[in-house]
Design a protein around this ligand. Structure first.
Ligand SMILES: Cc1cc2nc3c(=O)[nH]c(=O)nc-3n(C[C@H](O)[C@H](O)[C@H](O)COP(=O)(O)O)c2cc1C
Length: 185
């Protein structure tokens, strides 16, 4: 099984990207995870649809080939980031090249605020309905006060958060297996 990690933060020392890195080492055997780089994607513009930029094609094929997606969503002004919204649009267009349809997914978030990005998760969940992405309902991980949860080299040191992240990853693998076998609830 292949999982694609998509972080909505472009920041080098992003806590959300760091959560994906932690998740990658928690995967069960026979499951791999690639973390995609979305920093080189242009802002979505319908005029580009007739001649898609290479970076967009590469991103879309990564989505198409993956079995599941793990979104790590920073919260900006109580919403998902512009970078995440941009890749959502590119994945969805052109109309006959929608690569999101039916993909199993889970959402995690880290924030320096106390709510851990919970509002961005709600916002993202709403958008995923429109894309027909099958978002897992739980367990959930909203990691607040992220500066305390990571050390200076962006390693997750909060043991409760680590346990919760492992649980999210394990459930995503089960969720994906169920959806792929047609036995999803
Ligand atoms: C433009 C901007 C808006 C933000 N808005 C929120 C917010 O609404 N809620 C929140 O919890 N944190 C907010 N933050 C703080 C982010 O949670 C924090 O910068 C976090 O580290 C971003 O994720 P990253 O580390 O993955 O880049 C905001 C940060 C920026 C730069």
């Amino acid at each position: 099984m292949r999982i694609l990690g998509v972080s909505g933060s472009l920041r080098n020392e992003s806590f959300n990207k760091a959560l994906l890195e932690e998740a990658r080492v928690m995967l069960p055997a026979r499951v791999t995870m690639q973390i995609t780089d979305i920093s080189n994607l242009p802002i979505y513009n319908r005029d580009m649809e007739s001649d898609l930029p290479v970076a967009v094609r590469v991103f879309k094929e990564e989505i198409r080939e993956t079995d599941a997606i793990l979104f790590a969503s920073p919260e900006y002004n109580r919403l998902i980031s512009a970078a995440l919204r941009n890749v959502i649009e590119w994945g969805n267009r052109p109309e006959d090249y929608n690569v999101w349809d039916g993909k199993p997914a889970a959402i995690i978030s880290a924030s320096t605020g106390v709510r851990g990005g919970a509002r961005s998760q709600l916002h993202l969940r709403q958008v995923l309905v429109d894309l027909n992405i099958c978002a897992m309902k739980g367990p959930e991980l909203f990691l607040g006060d992220a500066r305390q949860a990571f050390d200076l080299s962006c390693k997750l040191i909060d043991e409760r958060a680590k346990a919760r992240l492992k649980s999210v990853v394990e459930h995503l693998v089960d969720w994906t297996t169920k959806i792929r076998s047609g036995s999803s609830p």
